[in-house]
Design a protein around this ligand. Sequence first.
Ligand code: GTP
Ligand code: SPV
Ligand code: MN
Length: 597
Amino acid sequence: MTANQNVLNWVEEMKSLTKPDKVVWIDGSGEQIDLLRKQAVDEGVMKPLNPEKLPGCYIHRTAVNDVARVEHRTFICSKKEEDAGPTNNWCAPDEMYAKLRALFDGVMKGRTMYVIPFCMGPYGSNLSKVGIEITDSIYVVLNMVIMARCGQKALEFLGDSNDFVRGLHSTGELDDENRYITHFPEDNAIWSINSGYGGNVLLGKKCFALRIASCQGRKENWMAEHMLILGIENPQGETTYIAAAFPSQCGKTNLAMLIPPEGYKKAGYKVWCVGDDIAWLRQGKDGRLWAINPETGFFGVAPGTNMKSNPNALISTQKDTIFANVVHNLEDNTVWWEGLNKEPITNALDWKGNPWTSDSPEKGAHSNGRFTSHVSNCPCISPEYDNPAGVPISAIVFGGRRAKTAPLVYQAFDWEHGVFVGSIMSSETTSAAIGLAAGVRRDPMAMLPFCGYNMADYWRHWFDMGKLLGKNAPKIFNVNWFRTDDEGNFIWPGYGDNLRVLDWIVERVNGKVGAVETAIGYGPKPENINIDGLEKDGITLETIKGLLMVDKSLWKEDVNSIKQFYAKFGDRLPAQFREQLADLEKRLAQPPGEEVD
Ligand code: GTP
Ligand code: SPV
Ligand code: MN
Protein backbone atom coordinates (compact mmCIF):
# COMPACT_ATOMS: atom_id res chain seq x y z
CA MET A 1 0.00 0.00 0.00
CA THR A 2 2.95 2.34 0.40
CA ALA A 3 6.53 2.73 -0.71
CA ASN A 4 7.37 4.81 2.37
CA GLN A 5 10.42 2.98 3.71
CA ASN A 6 10.03 4.51 7.21
CA VAL A 7 6.58 2.99 7.46
CA LEU A 8 7.59 -0.34 5.95
CA ASN A 9 10.63 -0.72 8.19
CA TRP A 10 8.67 0.05 11.32
CA VAL A 11 5.83 -2.35 10.44
CA GLU A 12 8.44 -5.04 9.73
CA GLU A 13 10.10 -4.40 13.08
CA MET A 14 6.80 -4.66 14.97
CA LYS A 15 5.96 -7.79 13.03
CA SER A 16 9.16 -9.53 14.06
CA LEU A 17 8.49 -8.52 17.67
CA THR A 18 4.83 -9.61 17.88
CA LYS A 19 5.02 -12.54 15.38
CA PRO A 20 1.49 -12.52 13.93
CA ASP A 21 0.27 -15.30 11.64
CA LYS A 22 -0.95 -12.76 9.12
CA VAL A 23 -0.74 -9.04 8.34
CA VAL A 24 -3.70 -7.07 6.96
CA TRP A 25 -3.38 -3.44 5.86
CA ILE A 26 -6.53 -1.36 6.27
CA ASP A 27 -7.13 0.45 2.97
CA GLY A 28 -10.26 2.32 4.06
CA SER A 29 -12.49 0.77 1.39
CA GLY A 30 -16.12 -0.04 2.15
CA GLU A 31 -15.65 -3.59 0.85
CA GLN A 32 -12.85 -4.36 3.27
CA ILE A 33 -14.72 -2.89 6.23
CA ASP A 34 -17.86 -4.89 5.35
CA LEU A 35 -15.83 -8.09 5.29
CA LEU A 36 -14.19 -7.26 8.63
CA ARG A 37 -17.59 -6.56 10.19
CA LYS A 38 -18.80 -9.99 9.08
CA GLN A 39 -15.63 -11.56 10.42
CA ALA A 40 -16.04 -9.79 13.77
CA VAL A 41 -19.56 -11.18 14.03
CA ASP A 42 -18.38 -14.69 13.13
CA GLU A 43 -15.68 -14.43 15.79
CA GLY A 44 -18.24 -13.30 18.39
CA VAL A 45 -16.51 -9.96 18.92
CA MET A 46 -19.77 -8.12 18.33
CA LYS A 47 -23.39 -8.93 17.56
CA PRO A 48 -25.46 -7.33 14.81
CA LEU A 49 -28.55 -5.48 16.10
CA ASN A 50 -32.06 -5.22 14.64
CA PRO A 51 -31.54 -4.18 11.00
CA GLU A 52 -34.88 -2.31 10.84
CA LYS A 53 -34.55 -0.39 14.09
CA LEU A 54 -30.75 0.02 14.24
CA PRO A 55 -29.35 -0.60 10.74
CA GLY A 56 -25.63 -1.22 10.61
CA CYS A 57 -25.38 -1.26 14.42
CA TYR A 58 -23.54 -3.75 16.64
CA ILE A 59 -23.13 -4.44 20.35
CA HIS A 60 -19.82 -5.34 21.98
CA ARG A 61 -18.84 -6.15 25.55
CA THR A 62 -15.41 -5.52 26.97
CA ALA A 63 -13.99 -7.69 29.75
CA VAL A 64 -15.51 -6.75 33.10
CA ASN A 65 -12.13 -5.61 34.41
CA ASP A 66 -11.63 -3.38 31.37
CA VAL A 67 -14.37 -0.76 31.14
CA ALA A 68 -12.59 2.60 31.27
CA ARG A 69 -9.26 4.40 31.07
CA VAL A 70 -6.66 3.35 33.63
CA GLU A 71 -4.82 6.43 34.82
CA HIS A 72 -2.70 4.47 37.31
CA ARG A 73 -1.34 2.35 34.43
CA THR A 74 -0.82 5.23 31.98
CA PHE A 75 2.77 6.41 31.60
CA ILE A 76 4.67 9.26 30.02
CA CYS A 77 8.14 7.92 29.20
CA SER A 78 10.25 10.99 28.55
CA LYS A 79 14.00 10.72 29.06
CA LYS A 80 13.88 13.04 32.06
CA GLU A 81 11.38 12.46 34.84
CA GLU A 82 10.81 16.19 35.34
CA ASP A 83 9.60 16.45 31.74
CA ALA A 84 6.66 14.20 32.62
CA GLY A 85 6.00 16.30 35.71
CA PRO A 86 4.32 15.57 39.03
CA THR A 87 0.88 14.77 37.59
CA ASN A 88 1.95 11.93 35.28
CA ASN A 89 3.27 8.44 35.98
CA TRP A 90 6.78 8.29 34.63
CA CYS A 91 9.17 5.54 33.61
CA ALA A 92 12.51 5.81 31.77
CA PRO A 93 11.98 4.92 28.08
CA ASP A 94 14.62 2.15 28.05
CA GLU A 95 13.13 0.50 31.08
CA MET A 96 9.58 0.69 29.74
CA TYR A 97 10.58 -0.53 26.27
CA ALA A 98 12.38 -3.47 27.85
CA LYS A 99 9.38 -4.39 29.99
CA LEU A 100 6.97 -4.04 27.08
CA ARG A 101 9.14 -5.84 24.55
CA ALA A 102 8.90 -8.87 26.82
CA LEU A 103 5.12 -8.55 26.91
CA PHE A 104 4.79 -7.93 23.16
CA ASP A 105 7.21 -10.69 22.19
CA GLY A 106 5.18 -13.22 20.19
CA VAL A 107 1.91 -11.79 21.53
CA MET A 108 0.26 -11.96 18.08
CA LYS A 109 1.08 -15.63 17.43
CA GLY A 110 -2.05 -17.23 16.03
CA ARG A 111 -3.54 -13.78 15.47
CA THR A 112 -3.83 -11.26 12.66
CA MET A 113 -1.90 -8.02 12.81
CA TYR A 114 -3.91 -5.11 11.38
CA VAL A 115 -2.03 -2.06 10.15
CA ILE A 116 -4.25 1.04 10.27
CA PRO A 117 -2.87 4.19 8.63
CA PHE A 118 -4.92 7.17 9.80
CA CYS A 119 -5.01 10.93 9.58
CA MET A 120 -6.07 13.14 12.46
CA GLY A 121 -7.67 16.25 10.95
CA PRO A 122 -8.93 17.12 7.45
CA TYR A 123 -6.71 16.21 4.51
CA GLY A 124 -4.89 19.29 3.33
CA SER A 125 -4.89 21.04 6.70
CA ASN A 126 -1.60 22.33 8.11
CA LEU A 127 -2.90 21.10 11.48
CA SER A 128 -3.47 17.48 10.41
CA LYS A 129 -1.09 14.66 11.35
CA VAL A 130 -0.72 11.04 10.37
CA GLY A 131 -0.49 8.04 12.66
CA ILE A 132 -0.29 4.32 12.10
CA GLU A 133 -1.84 1.95 14.59
CA ILE A 134 -0.82 -1.70 14.63
CA THR A 135 -3.31 -3.85 16.53
CA ASP A 136 -4.48 -7.44 16.86
CA SER A 137 -8.03 -6.33 17.65
CA ILE A 138 -10.66 -6.29 14.93
CA TYR A 139 -12.82 -4.24 17.33
CA VAL A 140 -10.12 -1.55 17.30
CA VAL A 141 -10.09 -1.57 13.48
CA LEU A 142 -13.87 -1.20 13.25
CA ASN A 143 -13.88 1.66 15.76
CA MET A 144 -10.86 3.41 14.25
CA VAL A 145 -12.49 3.58 10.82
CA ILE A 146 -15.35 5.52 12.44
CA MET A 147 -13.18 7.73 14.66
CA ALA A 148 -10.49 8.77 12.16
CA ARG A 149 -9.77 9.15 8.44
CA CYS A 150 -8.24 5.73 7.78
CA GLY A 151 -6.60 3.92 4.89
CA GLN A 152 -4.80 4.58 1.64
CA LYS A 153 -5.51 8.32 1.64
CA ALA A 154 -3.76 8.75 4.97
CA LEU A 155 -0.63 7.12 3.51
CA GLU A 156 -0.84 9.37 0.48
CA PHE A 157 -1.11 12.39 2.77
CA LEU A 158 2.02 11.17 4.60
CA GLY A 159 3.98 10.69 1.36
CA ASP A 160 7.54 9.61 2.07
CA SER A 161 7.76 11.56 5.32
CA ASN A 162 8.95 9.99 8.55
CA ASP A 163 6.70 12.30 10.58
CA PHE A 164 4.03 9.88 11.76
CA VAL A 165 3.01 8.62 15.18
CA ARG A 166 3.75 4.95 15.77
CA GLY A 167 1.01 3.20 17.74
CA LEU A 168 1.34 -0.42 18.80
CA HIS A 169 -1.53 -2.20 20.51
CA SER A 170 -2.31 -5.75 21.56
CA THR A 171 -5.20 -6.99 23.66
CA GLY A 172 -2.68 -9.49 25.04
CA GLU A 173 -4.43 -11.54 27.70
CA LEU A 174 -6.44 -8.55 29.07
CA ASP A 175 -4.41 -9.05 32.23
CA ASP A 176 -5.05 -5.90 34.25
CA GLU A 177 -1.86 -6.32 36.25
CA ASN A 178 0.16 -6.12 33.06
CA ARG A 179 -1.97 -3.44 31.45
CA TYR A 180 0.17 -0.55 30.18
CA ILE A 181 -0.84 2.55 28.25
CA THR A 182 2.53 4.12 27.52
CA HIS A 183 3.68 7.16 25.60
CA PHE A 184 7.17 8.02 24.33
CA PRO A 185 6.82 11.68 23.32
CA GLU A 186 10.45 11.89 22.16
CA ASP A 187 9.83 9.00 19.69
CA ASN A 188 6.25 9.88 18.74
CA ALA A 189 5.39 6.36 19.90
CA ILE A 190 2.53 4.80 21.87
CA TRP A 191 2.54 1.21 23.16
CA SER A 192 -0.64 -0.16 24.71
CA ILE A 193 -1.19 -3.70 25.94
CA ASN A 194 -3.72 -5.85 27.81
CA SER A 195 -6.78 -3.66 27.28
CA GLY A 196 -9.66 -3.64 24.79
CA TYR A 197 -11.46 -0.52 26.11
CA GLY A 198 -11.76 2.38 23.64
CA GLY A 199 -9.89 5.09 25.54
CA ASN A 200 -6.92 2.76 26.05
CA VAL A 201 -6.77 1.25 22.57
CA LEU A 202 -8.11 3.70 19.96
CA LEU A 203 -4.67 5.23 19.90
CA GLY A 204 -5.62 8.16 17.67
CA LYS A 205 -7.79 9.57 20.42
CA LYS A 206 -6.44 10.41 23.87
CA CYS A 207 -3.00 8.81 23.38
CA PHE A 208 -2.09 10.60 20.15
CA ALA A 209 -4.48 13.53 19.76
CA LEU A 210 -3.89 14.72 23.33
CA ARG A 211 -0.85 13.19 25.05
CA ILE A 212 1.55 13.05 22.10
CA ALA A 213 -0.02 16.01 20.27
CA SER A 214 0.24 18.25 23.35
CA CYS A 215 4.02 17.70 23.19
CA GLN A 216 4.09 18.36 19.44
CA GLY A 217 1.98 21.50 19.87
CA ARG A 218 4.37 22.90 22.44
CA LYS A 219 7.28 22.49 20.04
CA GLU A 220 5.39 23.74 17.00
CA ASN A 221 3.40 26.61 18.59
CA TRP A 222 -0.07 25.16 18.60
CA MET A 223 -2.35 23.53 21.17
CA ALA A 224 -3.96 20.10 21.56
CA GLU A 225 -6.86 20.37 24.00
CA HIS A 226 -9.61 18.26 25.56
CA MET A 227 -12.25 20.57 24.09
CA LEU A 228 -15.49 20.41 22.18
CA ILE A 229 -15.98 22.96 19.39
CA LEU A 230 -19.36 24.43 18.55
CA GLY A 231 -20.76 27.23 16.44
CA ILE A 232 -23.70 29.40 17.48
CA GLU A 233 -25.50 30.95 14.53
CA ASN A 234 -27.62 33.99 15.37
CA PRO A 235 -30.80 35.01 13.50
CA GLN A 236 -28.67 37.25 11.23
CA GLY A 237 -26.74 34.18 10.09
CA GLU A 238 -23.48 35.10 11.88
CA THR A 239 -21.74 32.19 13.60
CA THR A 240 -19.56 32.53 16.69
CA TYR A 241 -17.32 29.56 17.54
CA ILE A 242 -16.59 28.44 21.08
CA ALA A 243 -14.17 25.78 22.34
CA ALA A 244 -14.90 24.30 25.75
CA ALA A 245 -12.84 22.07 28.04
CA PHE A 246 -14.74 19.97 30.59
CA PRO A 247 -13.31 16.86 32.27
CA SER A 248 -14.46 13.39 31.15
CA GLN A 249 -18.19 12.80 31.60
CA CYS A 250 -18.83 16.46 32.36
CA GLY A 251 -20.93 17.38 29.35
CA LYS A 252 -18.81 18.04 26.24
CA THR A 253 -20.80 15.82 23.85
CA ASN A 254 -24.04 17.20 25.24
CA LEU A 255 -23.02 20.82 24.88
CA ALA A 256 -21.50 20.29 21.43
CA MET A 257 -24.84 18.99 20.09
CA LEU A 258 -27.27 21.08 22.07
CA ILE A 259 -30.71 21.91 20.76
CA PRO A 260 -31.71 25.53 21.41
CA PRO A 261 -34.64 26.16 23.76
CA GLU A 262 -37.96 26.92 22.01
CA GLY A 263 -37.66 30.71 22.22
CA TYR A 264 -34.17 30.69 20.68
CA LYS A 265 -35.25 28.24 17.97
CA LYS A 266 -38.19 30.46 17.02
CA ALA A 267 -35.94 33.50 16.92
CA GLY A 268 -33.71 31.65 14.42
CA TYR A 269 -30.73 30.48 16.49
CA LYS A 270 -28.88 27.35 15.41
CA VAL A 271 -26.08 25.39 17.06
CA TRP A 272 -23.50 23.53 14.96
CA CYS A 273 -21.24 20.77 16.28
CA VAL A 274 -17.65 20.83 14.98
CA GLY A 275 -16.28 18.39 17.55
CA ASP A 276 -17.22 16.84 20.90
CA ASP A 277 -13.95 15.87 22.59
CA ILE A 278 -10.70 17.15 21.10
CA ALA A 279 -9.57 20.40 19.48
CA TRP A 280 -6.28 21.24 17.79
CA LEU A 281 -5.79 25.00 17.72
CA ARG A 282 -3.33 27.18 15.82
CA GLN A 283 -2.94 30.86 15.01
CA GLY A 284 -4.26 31.62 11.52
CA LYS A 285 -2.89 34.08 8.97
CA ASP A 286 -5.37 36.66 10.25
CA GLY A 287 -3.85 36.43 13.74
CA ARG A 288 -6.85 34.71 15.29
CA LEU A 289 -6.93 31.24 16.89
CA TRP A 290 -8.37 28.59 14.55
CA ALA A 291 -9.50 25.10 15.58
CA ILE A 292 -10.05 21.75 13.92
CA ASN A 293 -11.61 18.59 15.29
CA PRO A 294 -8.99 15.92 14.51
CA GLU A 295 -11.55 13.11 14.84
CA THR A 296 -14.36 11.92 12.56
CA GLY A 297 -16.53 10.20 15.12
CA PHE A 298 -18.03 10.36 18.59
CA PHE A 299 -17.03 7.94 21.33
CA GLY A 300 -19.84 9.10 23.57
CA VAL A 301 -21.25 8.19 26.98
CA ALA A 302 -24.49 6.21 26.46
CA PRO A 303 -26.20 6.35 29.88
CA GLY A 304 -28.26 9.51 30.28
CA THR A 305 -28.54 10.06 26.51
CA ASN A 306 -32.21 10.36 25.52
CA MET A 307 -34.57 12.26 23.24
CA LYS A 308 -34.92 15.03 25.79
CA SER A 309 -31.35 15.45 27.08
CA ASN A 310 -29.55 15.07 23.74
CA PRO A 311 -31.68 14.13 20.71
CA ASN A 312 -28.81 14.83 18.30
CA ALA A 313 -26.55 12.34 20.07
CA LEU A 314 -29.30 9.75 20.23
CA ILE A 315 -30.10 10.19 16.53
CA SER A 316 -26.37 9.85 15.79
CA THR A 317 -26.53 6.34 17.29
CA GLN A 318 -29.46 5.04 15.25
CA LYS A 319 -27.36 3.64 12.40
CA ASP A 320 -23.82 2.35 11.75
CA THR A 321 -22.92 2.55 15.43
CA ILE A 322 -20.95 0.24 17.71
CA PHE A 323 -22.25 0.10 21.28
CA ALA A 324 -20.13 -1.14 24.16
CA ASN A 325 -21.17 -2.18 27.66
CA VAL A 326 -24.86 -1.30 27.44
CA VAL A 327 -27.98 -3.47 27.88
CA HIS A 328 -28.80 -5.85 25.02
CA ASN A 329 -32.59 -5.97 24.80
CA LEU A 330 -33.32 -9.46 23.48
CA GLU A 331 -37.01 -8.70 22.98
CA ASP A 332 -36.34 -6.76 19.77
CA ASN A 333 -32.55 -7.07 19.50
CA THR A 334 -31.88 -3.41 20.36
CA VAL A 335 -29.93 -1.60 23.06
CA TRP A 336 -30.94 0.15 26.25
CA TRP A 337 -29.27 2.07 29.06
CA GLU A 338 -30.28 3.90 32.21
CA GLY A 339 -31.91 7.19 31.29
CA LEU A 340 -32.85 6.16 27.73
CA ASN A 341 -36.57 5.79 28.44
CA LYS A 342 -38.97 4.38 31.02
CA GLU A 343 -39.93 1.27 29.03
CA PRO A 344 -39.87 -1.85 31.19
CA ILE A 345 -37.18 -4.27 30.00
CA THR A 346 -38.27 -7.86 30.48
CA ASN A 347 -35.80 -9.98 28.52
CA ALA A 348 -32.28 -8.65 28.25
CA LEU A 349 -28.59 -9.10 29.00
CA ASP A 350 -26.78 -6.55 31.13
CA TRP A 351 -23.39 -5.09 30.19
CA LYS A 352 -21.68 -8.15 31.63
CA GLY A 353 -23.83 -10.49 29.53
CA ASN A 354 -25.96 -11.77 32.43
CA PRO A 355 -29.78 -12.04 32.22
CA TRP A 356 -31.28 -8.74 33.30
CA THR A 357 -34.68 -7.01 33.63
CA SER A 358 -35.86 -3.61 34.84
CA ASP A 359 -36.48 -5.23 38.24
CA SER A 360 -32.87 -6.34 38.66
CA PRO A 361 -31.18 -4.60 41.57
CA GLU A 362 -28.05 -3.62 39.65
CA LYS A 363 -27.75 -1.18 36.78
CA GLY A 364 -28.05 -2.77 33.35
CA ALA A 365 -25.54 -0.62 31.46
CA HIS A 366 -22.10 0.32 32.74
CA SER A 367 -22.02 4.02 33.64
CA ASN A 368 -19.13 4.37 31.16
CA GLY A 369 -20.99 2.40 28.45
CA ARG A 370 -20.23 4.07 25.13
CA PHE A 371 -21.33 4.43 21.52
CA THR A 372 -19.04 4.92 18.52
CA SER A 373 -20.72 6.73 15.62
CA HIS A 374 -19.58 8.76 12.65
CA VAL A 375 -19.98 12.55 12.70
CA SER A 376 -22.02 12.40 9.50
CA ASN A 377 -24.81 10.77 11.54
CA CYS A 378 -25.20 13.93 13.60
CA PRO A 379 -28.07 16.18 12.45
CA CYS A 380 -26.25 19.34 13.61
CA ILE A 381 -22.76 18.58 12.28
CA SER A 382 -21.20 21.84 11.16
CA PRO A 383 -20.73 22.46 7.42
CA GLU A 384 -17.24 23.69 8.44
CA TYR A 385 -16.34 20.44 10.19
CA ASP A 386 -14.10 19.19 7.34
CA ASN A 387 -12.68 22.61 6.42
CA PRO A 388 -8.86 22.34 6.45
CA ALA A 389 -8.67 25.90 7.79
CA GLY A 390 -10.82 25.01 10.80
CA VAL A 391 -13.05 27.58 12.49
CA PRO A 392 -12.05 30.82 14.27
CA ILE A 393 -12.47 30.59 18.05
CA SER A 394 -13.92 33.63 19.85
CA ALA A 395 -14.26 32.16 23.34
CA ILE A 396 -12.64 29.42 25.39
CA VAL A 397 -14.83 27.99 28.14
CA PHE A 398 -13.65 25.92 31.10
CA GLY A 399 -16.01 23.99 33.34
CA GLY A 400 -16.44 21.11 35.71
CA ARG A 401 -18.80 19.43 38.13
CA ARG A 402 -18.93 21.48 41.30
CA ALA A 403 -21.85 21.08 43.68
CA LYS A 404 -21.12 24.40 45.39
CA THR A 405 -18.15 26.69 44.83
CA ALA A 406 -18.19 27.56 41.12
CA PRO A 407 -20.98 29.88 39.90
CA LEU A 408 -23.02 29.24 36.74
CA VAL A 409 -20.69 31.42 34.67
CA TYR A 410 -17.97 34.06 34.94
CA GLN A 411 -15.46 35.66 32.62
CA ALA A 412 -11.72 35.92 33.24
CA PHE A 413 -10.34 39.48 33.44
CA ASP A 414 -7.82 38.78 30.67
CA TRP A 415 -5.81 35.93 29.10
CA GLU A 416 -3.37 35.59 32.01
CA HIS A 417 -6.19 35.45 34.49
CA GLY A 418 -7.96 33.01 32.16
CA VAL A 419 -4.97 30.65 32.22
CA PHE A 420 -5.12 30.85 36.02
CA VAL A 421 -8.87 30.07 35.91
CA GLY A 422 -8.14 27.00 33.75
CA SER A 423 -5.30 25.90 36.01
CA ILE A 424 -7.51 25.86 39.12
CA MET A 425 -10.31 23.88 37.48
CA SER A 426 -11.61 21.09 39.60
CA SER A 427 -14.37 18.56 39.26
CA GLU A 428 -16.03 15.63 40.96
CA THR A 429 -14.54 12.40 39.64
CA THR A 430 -16.60 10.19 37.29
CA SER A 431 -16.54 6.61 35.98
CA ALA A 432 -14.54 7.51 32.84
CA ALA A 433 -11.44 6.13 34.55
CA ILE A 434 -11.03 3.07 36.77
CA GLY A 435 -10.00 3.43 40.39
CA LEU A 436 -10.37 7.16 41.01
CA ALA A 437 -11.26 8.16 44.55
CA ALA A 438 -14.70 9.76 44.83
CA GLY A 439 -14.67 13.50 45.46
CA VAL A 440 -13.34 16.66 43.91
CA ARG A 441 -9.94 16.75 42.22
CA ARG A 442 -8.00 19.46 40.43
CA ASP A 443 -8.17 18.87 36.70
CA PRO A 444 -6.48 21.84 35.01
CA MET A 445 -7.94 22.59 31.58
CA ALA A 446 -9.56 19.09 31.80
CA MET A 447 -6.08 17.85 30.80
CA LEU A 448 -4.88 16.21 34.02
CA PRO A 449 -4.98 12.67 32.52
CA PHE A 450 -4.05 13.83 29.01
CA CYS A 451 -1.15 16.27 29.17
CA GLY A 452 1.91 14.53 27.72
CA TYR A 453 4.49 16.66 29.56
CA ASN A 454 5.07 18.65 32.71
CA MET A 455 1.87 20.56 33.42
CA ALA A 456 3.88 23.58 34.60
CA ASP A 457 5.46 23.78 31.12
CA TYR A 458 2.02 23.28 29.62
CA TRP A 459 0.76 26.34 31.48
CA ARG A 460 3.79 28.28 30.29
CA HIS A 461 2.82 27.27 26.76
CA TRP A 462 -0.65 28.71 27.37
CA PHE A 463 0.93 32.01 28.47
CA ASP A 464 3.12 31.99 25.36
CA MET A 465 0.12 31.35 23.11
CA GLY A 466 -1.59 34.35 24.75
CA LYS A 467 1.40 36.54 23.93
CA LEU A 468 1.42 35.26 20.36
CA LEU A 469 -2.28 35.93 19.89
CA GLY A 470 -2.21 39.32 21.64
CA LYS A 471 -5.41 41.26 21.09
CA ASN A 472 -6.78 38.42 18.94
CA ALA A 473 -6.78 36.00 21.85
CA PRO A 474 -10.19 34.45 22.55
CA LYS A 475 -11.93 35.60 25.74
CA ILE A 476 -11.88 33.01 28.53
CA PHE A 477 -14.87 31.93 30.64
CA ASN A 478 -15.76 29.35 33.29
CA VAL A 479 -19.12 27.59 33.62
CA ASN A 480 -20.70 25.11 36.03
CA TRP A 481 -23.97 23.36 35.15
CA PHE A 482 -23.82 21.18 38.25
CA ARG A 483 -24.58 23.34 41.31
CA THR A 484 -26.94 21.50 43.63
CA ASP A 485 -29.53 22.52 46.22
CA ASP A 486 -29.58 21.26 49.80
CA GLU A 487 -31.25 18.03 48.67
CA GLY A 488 -28.53 17.40 46.10
CA ASN A 489 -30.69 18.22 43.04
CA PHE A 490 -29.16 20.13 40.14
CA ILE A 491 -30.50 23.70 40.27
CA TRP A 492 -29.80 24.67 36.67
CA PRO A 493 -31.84 22.72 34.05
CA GLY A 494 -28.75 22.29 31.85
CA TYR A 495 -28.56 20.59 28.44
CA GLY A 496 -30.30 22.74 25.75
CA ASP A 497 -30.83 25.52 28.28
CA ASN A 498 -27.06 25.94 28.52
CA LEU A 499 -27.44 28.04 25.37
CA ARG A 500 -28.79 30.78 27.64
CA VAL A 501 -25.35 30.96 29.25
CA LEU A 502 -23.50 30.66 25.93
CA ASP A 503 -25.69 33.52 24.69
CA TRP A 504 -24.25 35.77 27.41
CA ILE A 505 -20.76 34.59 26.51
CA VAL A 506 -21.30 35.45 22.83
CA GLU A 507 -22.69 38.88 23.77
CA ARG A 508 -19.64 39.52 25.95
CA VAL A 509 -17.30 38.48 23.15
CA ASN A 510 -19.09 40.84 20.77
CA GLY A 511 -19.04 43.66 23.33
CA LYS A 512 -22.84 43.85 23.49
CA VAL A 513 -23.47 43.35 27.19
CA GLY A 514 -21.96 44.64 30.44
CA ALA A 515 -20.92 42.68 33.52
CA VAL A 516 -20.26 43.05 37.23
CA GLU A 517 -16.82 42.68 38.72
CA THR A 518 -16.71 39.93 41.32
CA ALA A 519 -13.82 38.56 43.36
CA ILE A 520 -13.23 35.79 40.82
CA GLY A 521 -13.93 37.51 37.49
CA TYR A 522 -16.63 39.33 35.54
CA GLY A 523 -20.09 37.93 36.27
CA PRO A 524 -23.35 38.58 34.42
CA LYS A 525 -25.94 40.91 35.82
CA PRO A 526 -28.61 38.33 36.74
CA GLU A 527 -31.16 39.94 34.41
CA ASN A 528 -28.77 39.40 31.49
CA ILE A 529 -29.27 35.64 31.66
CA ASN A 530 -32.35 35.01 29.53
CA ILE A 531 -34.82 32.86 31.50
CA ASP A 532 -37.87 33.27 29.22
CA GLY A 533 -39.70 29.96 29.17
CA LEU A 534 -37.98 28.57 32.28
CA GLU A 535 -40.84 29.46 34.65
CA LYS A 536 -42.08 25.86 34.24
CA ASP A 537 -38.80 24.66 35.77
CA GLY A 538 -39.28 27.04 38.67
CA ILE A 539 -36.33 29.21 37.57
CA THR A 540 -36.68 32.87 38.60
CA LEU A 541 -34.37 35.85 38.79
CA GLU A 542 -33.73 34.81 42.40
CA THR A 543 -32.56 31.37 41.24
CA ILE A 544 -30.11 33.00 38.85
CA LYS A 545 -28.84 35.30 41.58
CA GLY A 546 -28.21 32.20 43.70
CA LEU A 547 -26.45 30.39 40.85
CA LEU A 548 -24.20 33.41 40.23
CA MET A 549 -23.36 33.96 43.88
CA VAL A 550 -19.69 33.79 44.78
CA ASP A 551 -19.40 32.35 48.30
CA LYS A 552 -16.23 33.97 49.57
CA SER A 553 -15.74 31.58 52.47
CA LEU A 554 -15.85 28.59 50.11
CA TRP A 555 -13.42 30.36 47.79
CA LYS A 556 -11.03 31.04 50.65
CA GLU A 557 -11.02 27.31 51.35
CA ASP A 558 -10.41 26.71 47.67
CA VAL A 559 -7.41 29.04 47.75
CA ASN A 560 -5.81 26.76 50.33
CA SER A 561 -6.34 23.70 48.19
CA ILE A 562 -5.00 25.55 45.11
CA LYS A 563 -1.83 26.36 47.07
CA GLN A 564 -1.38 22.71 47.94
CA PHE A 565 -1.89 21.70 44.33
CA TYR A 566 0.52 24.33 43.01
CA ALA A 567 3.14 23.25 45.56
CA LYS A 568 3.56 19.97 43.64
CA PHE A 569 5.18 21.92 40.80
CA GLY A 570 7.85 23.56 42.95
CA ASP A 571 10.00 26.15 41.18
CA ARG A 572 8.64 25.13 37.82
CA LEU A 573 5.26 26.75 38.57
CA PRO A 574 4.88 29.84 36.35
CA ALA A 575 5.45 32.99 38.41
CA GLN A 576 2.23 34.48 37.00
CA PHE A 577 0.21 32.06 39.12
CA ARG A 578 1.67 33.37 42.39
CA GLU A 579 0.59 36.87 41.38
CA GLN A 580 -2.84 35.68 40.27
CA LEU A 581 -3.37 33.85 43.53
CA ALA A 582 -2.28 36.84 45.61
CA ASP A 583 -4.66 39.08 43.61
CA LEU A 584 -7.50 36.61 44.14
CA GLU A 585 -6.88 36.58 47.89
CA LYS A 586 -6.86 40.38 47.91
CA ARG A 587 -10.17 40.54 46.04
CA LEU A 588 -11.74 37.96 48.34
CA ALA A 589 -10.96 40.29 51.24
CA GLN A 590 -12.63 43.30 49.58
CA PRO A 591 -16.29 44.40 49.23
CA PRO A 592 -17.98 43.58 45.88
CA GLY A 593 -16.88 45.58 42.83
CA GLU A 594 -18.56 47.87 40.33
CA GLU A 595 -20.51 47.27 37.18
CA VAL A 596 -18.34 47.39 34.07
CA ASP A 597 -19.03 47.67 30.37
P1 GTP B 1 -16.33 12.20 27.76
O1 GTP B 1 -16.78 11.50 26.52
O2 GTP B 1 -16.01 11.26 28.88
O3 GTP B 1 -15.21 13.16 27.52
O4 GTP B 1 -17.61 12.98 28.36
P2 GTP B 1 -18.31 14.36 27.96
O5 GTP B 1 -17.58 15.50 28.58
O6 GTP B 1 -18.53 14.41 26.50
O7 GTP B 1 -19.70 14.26 28.74
P3 GTP B 1 -21.17 13.94 28.18
O8 GTP B 1 -21.71 15.05 27.33
O9 GTP B 1 -21.18 12.58 27.61
O10 GTP B 1 -21.99 13.95 29.54
C1 GTP B 1 -21.66 13.12 30.64
C2 GTP B 1 -22.79 13.06 31.62
O11 GTP B 1 -23.14 14.35 32.07
C3 GTP B 1 -24.07 12.45 31.03
O12 GTP B 1 -24.64 11.60 31.99
C4 GTP B 1 -24.95 13.64 30.80
O13 GTP B 1 -26.31 13.31 30.88
C5 GTP B 1 -24.54 14.60 31.91
N1 GTP B 1 -24.73 16.01 31.50
C6 GTP B 1 -24.28 16.58 30.37
N2 GTP B 1 -24.67 17.88 30.29
C7 GTP B 1 -25.36 18.14 31.42
C8 GTP B 1 -26.01 19.31 31.95
O14 GTP B 1 -26.03 20.39 31.35
N3 GTP B 1 -26.61 19.18 33.16
C9 GTP B 1 -26.61 18.01 33.85
N4 GTP B 1 -27.21 17.98 35.03
N5 GTP B 1 -26.01 16.88 33.39
C10 GTP B 1 -25.39 16.94 32.20
C1 SPV C 1 -12.83 10.62 28.22
O1 SPV C 1 -12.68 9.86 29.19
O2 SPV C 1 -12.56 11.84 28.29
C2 SPV C 1 -13.38 10.10 26.95
C3 SPV C 1 -13.53 8.68 26.80
O3 SPV C 1 -13.64 10.86 26.04
S1 SPV C 1 -12.01 7.91 26.50
O4 SPV C 1 -11.86 7.73 25.06
O5 SPV C 1 -12.08 6.64 27.19
O6 SPV C 1 -10.94 8.72 27.01
MN1 MN D 1 -13.26 12.98 26.62
